[in-house]
Design a protein around this ligand. Sequence first.
Ligand code: GAP
Length: 487
Amino acid sequence: MVMVDTRIIQHPKVWEASGHIAGFNDPMVDDRETKQRFRADHLRGLYVGSPPANPVPKATVVASTEGEAVEQISTDKKLQKLMGVRSIAKQFAPEGADGAWLGGVDFGQGVVTCTVQAVSMETLKSHAAQMPSPFTGKAGALTEPKQFNLMFHTYAGAVFDEANKAYLRPETAQGIFCQAKNVWDTNRVRVPFGIAQTGTSFRNEVTPRNFTFRSREFEQMEIEFFVVPAEHLEGDEKTTNDPMAWYKFFRDWRMEWWQSIGLRSENLILREHAQDELAHYSTATSDIEYRFPFTSPGFGELEGIAYRGNYDLTQHQKHSGAKLEYRDTARGEVLPNGSRRGVAYLPHVIEPSAGLDRGVLAILCEAYTVDPARPSPEFMKFHPRIAPIKAAVFPLVDKEGMPEIASKLHAELRKRFGHLGMIETDAKQSIGKRYARMDEAGCPFCFTIDGETLKDQTVTVRDRDTGKQNRMPIGEVADFIDKALRG
Ligand code: GAP
């Protein structure tokens, strides 16, 4: 894997080639009266019964998921008034049900059961005149959906005109494609190999929300993994080195990676896209999704893994006029001396593309634990591998030789694990308060030097999740942490 760090502002033709200027759009709807604009696919309808016999909902709300819409409707009294809702008795989501359900809704004519569902694009177009506004409740104020480009633009150079218009990158991927030939011409790499990049991307999201889940400026982690097109593979390679085999490898490996940093619960799922969901150039795509508290009962995307064929390199080759083919000297006709003639091709690409901010948010949601019975009723159950503080070393009391031993162990642990995270030490306050502070920060292990240590060179290790303490020889502490980081 080769790492690159490409530029945020690239030649505007890059975005023409990638299709972002023509196609990186969100369908937007305006409310003519309040002048508010929102994403058409975020309009949720409150329908009486399910499935709705009438395509026009009784009321609408703007929310990115059905779970979020139910939350808003059931807690926001002002919104309920706007919707004509007098009361809601209970809220539930039956297993396997489409959309989210609201039980016992009273619109003033008795109690009925309602569903909350996305208003389809077709319905928005065909019933624009009857559609109730999410801001005023009035029908007829919403426009039909119109396309709105998500790229931020700026001007490169002294003159602010169309000719000098440039864009802030909406993804890091295109920088990788534009540098791919430079990478394989100047590094000792052979296809299959990957180029990875972490960097900031910008999207003019109309409804940034849910902490860092949807922001206008966010961090992406992307890999473009270049593989040999199936038609150039021979013998066993047809199965072992096949692009689809690589796609499956990355799909499963990325899922395992998210699990390895602590997203182990049933809140993490791998969702393979149906054929009709695929982009025209993709043969297979899957998403790794997490059930965030604000998307529940639905899921939000953390990462997409896509087999993109040679679509991007073909586009950049066409728009730049530069040949981007890779010359593979290990393939082609066998010559009399046993070597190969070589073939030139545009490699195919498997792209794992993840949101770093979304990943951190998922880790925070997964780790956050409430236990009123503990001295720290809220604490963070980070996997040791991801915990910012890997361990803490405490002298039980700030005297009798204990601080000196603690300080020596602290220095040893910092030397060994300091590149992975922090090692804390603290001699003030009661030991209970010091443990509680470390629990809140998600530190998995606290090692305490006490009176026994002075006699037999053992320390206590306290486990954050159970609060249990065990003794171990002071010389085994570093290996104990090392094992936990690998586990
Ligand atoms: N090169 C492919 C690509 O950019 P994407 O699904 O648009 O694909 C990849 O973005 C990942 O970037 C998403 O899975 C998500 O985690 C993250 N992401 C996208 N838009 C975001 C936003 N507005 N705020 C935070 N993260 C975002």
